[in-house]
Design a protein around this ligand. Structure first.
Ligand SMILES: Nc1ncnc2c1ncn2[C@@H]1O[C@H](COP(=O)(O)OP(=O)(O)O)[C@@H](O)[C@H]1O
Ligand SMILES: O=C(CO)[C@@H](O)[C@H](O)COP(=O)(O)O
Length: 510
């Protein structure tokens, strides 16, 4: 009989499920279920209801099992990956109190300042716990609830993250594993312990509402009968600790030993590398996360990647293929049309009031082709800002493993190679986070059986590069992008003081 694993990735735009053969690592079935953010919220607020993720998980898993022709008894372990940082507030009965504020919610910038001021400022916060309290991370969302919705806060019994919520629904257990928990900004990332001072700065009683921390190779629990029935599985299946989508993306792209860099082009853009030691950026731009294999994962996140390309694509009414064809009609640099892509505000650099800005509009560049290319280039340059920072902190980047929706575009892969000035490769399984979740589940299952196996033995055996898509930098384009990068960095620096004033205008007249 086959032994099958299920990898689930609950992303911002969709939930993907993979059914993977435990012996060969082959993907036997895959499915996805899309959803949206809750519409018409105040500026900066970005929310989804956790039930949306649960319902999408049921549909995606059932469809993937059908595609794999799987029998329920064949499934031995499940792993869950989820968008990081979202705040799922549960009451004492395990009911969700209100929708989750997501990683891309920038409405809690004031609460970030308040928490860090209580800790002695930005530098003191970094010294204390290795990670700053930035808009996006979970800590400020909890303080926001306390200040803005005291009735809801009074009901708060447990703080969970998106993937922890799915683990809770699957197993009934309220736990957090190190990797995703490091994105709360409530944890001392060096010691992998809750940071009491930060927690007290929000609420002296908050500690009781934080679940226990577990190592990433441990199980979250076993599948409950009710969840098993909803998924069409048998109760008792092992559910691994899971992790944040970037931590799982690291596993799914074989980024389980130092020297490999992964770049994910999804709703957000992330660049990260596995590290044996914590990597704390004195400027706080690179997040000093833990990974989901009991090590660390220095990571840069920009909030605007396919947000920007999708806006152009949908507004012009193009398919992905048409969008790519249009963008390919103009050369690197789009004749000087340059996008500063802070459409949803931005986290790196920290510009929560930011908006998108186009410079270089003239009769020649005011065309769909130029706008499409400028969108792809602008967000990739935004990510390169972070890659340069990672390199300055000592991370080597000879080869970039690209994953996420944007990595499916051939033109975009060339832009990545030229902007990053590094070889860009893709993996045979393009759904890095869902595949990583399945491989972490395999690791946990084998450890539970008493085997001594390291995660990199599993990733070395199963994670394979797709040689047909390897893309190398072209020196002429590299030179163009180097200049464009300098322009984008300068534009960003100069416009930062203007964004809050612009936001006030929009609040009054927008
Ligand atoms: N060929 C393509 N070219 C550009 N973007 C693409 C392509 N295919 C998918 N995408 C975009 O990738 C995004 C989804 O990426 P994904 O990594 O699944 O995001 P998330 O995990 O944030 O939900 C969508 O915005 C989608 O439109
Ligand atoms: O906030 C971060 C990383 O710190 C984001 O990367 C989220 O984890 C969302 O990921 P996607 O849904 O875009 O994959």
């Amino acid at each position: 009989m086959r032994s099958l694993l299920i990898g689930i990735d609950s992303g911002t735009q969709s939930t993907k499920a993979l059914v993977v053969d435990a012996r060969s690592g082959r993907v036997l079935g895959a499915a996805a279920q899309a959803y949206d953010l809750i519409p018409n919220l105040p500026p900066g607020a970005k929310e989804q209801h956790p039930h949306t993720w649960r319902d999408a998980t049921i549909k995606a898993v059932r469809a993937a099992l059908r595609a794999a022709g799987a029998r329920p008894s064949e499934v031995v372990a499940i792993g869950v990956s989820g968008q990081q940082h979202g705040f799922v507030p549960l009451d004492k009965n395990g009911e969700v109190i209100r929708p989750a504020k997501l990683w891309c919610d920038t409405s809690t910038a004031a609460e970030c300042e308040e928490i860090m001021a209580a800790l002695g400022g930005f530098k003191a916060t970094l010294r204390l716990q290795g990670i700053a309290v930035l808009p996006g991370f979970t800590a400020s969302k909890i303080l926001w609830l306390k200040k803005h919705e005291p009735e809801n806060y009074a009901r708060l019994a447990t703080v969970l993250l998106p993937h922890d919520y799915l683990n809770f629904w699957l197993t009934g257990e309220r736990v957090m594993e190190y990797g995703d928990a490091s994105g709360t900004a409530l944890m001392d990332i060096r010691k992998r312990r809750w940071c009491e001072a930060t927690i007290r700065a929000i609420d002296p009683e908050l500690m009781d509402k934080l679940p226990p921390l577990i190592p990433s190779d441990q199980p979250a629990g076993r599948l409950r009968p009710e969840a098993a029935r909803q998924l069409g599985l048998e109760p008792g299946v092992l559910v691994s600790a899971g992790g944040g989508d970037n931590m799982m993306g690291a596993i799914g792209t074989g980024n389980t030993r130092p020297g490999i860099v992964t770049a994910s082009f999804g709703t957000s853009g992330t660049i990260y590398a596995c590290s044996e030691k914590p990597v704390v950026d004195p400027a706080g731009e690179i997040a000093a996360f833990c990974d989901s294999t009991n090590r660390w994962l220095p990571l840069l996140c920009t909030m605007n990647v396919t947000v920007a390309t999708e806006m152009m694509r949908q507004d012009f009414g193009y398919t992905h293929a048409q969008f790519e064809k249009k963008a390919a009609q103009v050369p690197p640099g789009a004749h000087g049309l340059l996008l500063l892509p802070y459409l949803e505000g931005e986290r790196t650099p920290n510009v929560p009031d930011g908006t998108g800005v186009m410079i270089g509009i003239n009769p020649r560049t005011f065309s769909a082709s130029h706008y499409c290319r400028a969108a792809m280039e602008g967000v990739t340059l935004g990510m390169n800002y972070g890659l340069q920072r990672l390199v300055r902190l000592g991370v080597r980047a000879d080869q970039i493993r690209a994953t996420g929706g944007g990595s499916k575009s051939r033109l975009w892969r060339q832009i990545m190679a030229d902007v990053f000035n590094a070889e860009v490769v893709t993996l045979k399984v393009s759904e890095g986070a869902a595949y990583g979740a399945a491989l972490q589940a395999l690791w946990c299952w084998r450890l539970q059986k008493g085997e001594k196996v390291a995660i990199h033995e599993i990733t070395d055996a199963f994670v394979k590069i797709n040689p047909a898509e390897t893309t190398r930098p072209r020196p002429e384009a590299v030179a163009v992008y180097r200049e464009l990068q300098a322009l984008q960095d300068e534009l960003s620096r100069r416009l930062r003081p203007l964004f809050p004033q612009h936001r006030q205008f929009v609040l009054r007249h927008g």
